[in-house]
Design a protein around this ligand. Structure first.
Ligand code: GRF
Length: 188
């Protein structure tokens, strides 16, 4: 079974979707750790609930990105992590991790890339007035939200939907798509 790590910074609903699918036997993988950059993030509670080892790294404490990522890399290597799944991780992945995990880092983004890159994708798409929303899972490269697309899912806008409903649907789609995509990547 492939050994995976999830990186997250906040709520962690995608982390939980992955952890739950593994626990229920719907996804065959070994979730060896959660890497988090915020000591108060709710995702840490979720990790406890699923008995997944978590590690908190503060960029401030390490001072620079290189030293910070080298510290993370040590943990990943000691746990023999084979694939990194970003799920709401709010830091840009830089050289150290990109080189060590070339083509082995994936990310979920709440829009149909290449449209609406960045941290406010749902709001940006809503303000633009799009009629089709979606989710993208892609490989991580030097270009933020720019790596090769692995999978996408769509939601059609229905008249009268407000942004909260759209967000809710997008998150539900994310949870399904992440598990489905990992299944394909890890079990084939
Ligand atoms: C998701 O919308 C994901 O696409 C984006 O950050 C959000 C994380 O949500 N990258 P959660 O922390 O998994 O609930």
């Amino acid at each position: 079974m492939k050994r995976i790590a999830v990186f997250a910074s906040g709520n962690g609903s995608n982390f939980e979707a992955i952890a739950k699918a593994i626990k229920n036997g719907k996804l065959k993988a070994n979730l060896v750790c959660l890497i988090c950059d915020k000591k108060d993030a709710y995702v840490l509670e979720r990790a406890k609930k699923y008995k997944v080892k978590s590690f908190v790294f503060s960029l401030k404490k390490y001072g620079d990105k290189k030293t910070y990522e080298e510290a993370i890399l040590k943990v990943l290597e000691s746990l023999k992590v084979e694939l990194i799944c970003l799920a709401g991780y709010m830091k840009i992945i830089s050289d150290t991790l990109l080189k060590a995990y070339n083509n082995k880092i994936i990310n979920i983004h709440p829009a149909l890339l290449p449209a609406f890159k960045g941290a406010h994708a749902i709001e940006d798409a809503y303000n633009y007035g799009v009629k089709v929303y979606g989710v993208t899972i892609h490989y991580v490269s030097e270009e933020v939200d720019g790596g090769k697309i692995i999978s996408q899912g769509v939601i059609n806008y229905q008249e009268g939907m407000n942004i909260l409903e759209i967000e809710k649907r997008i998150h539900l789609l994310e949870h399904r798509l992440y598990v489905k995509t990992l299944k394909k990547l890890l079990e084939e």
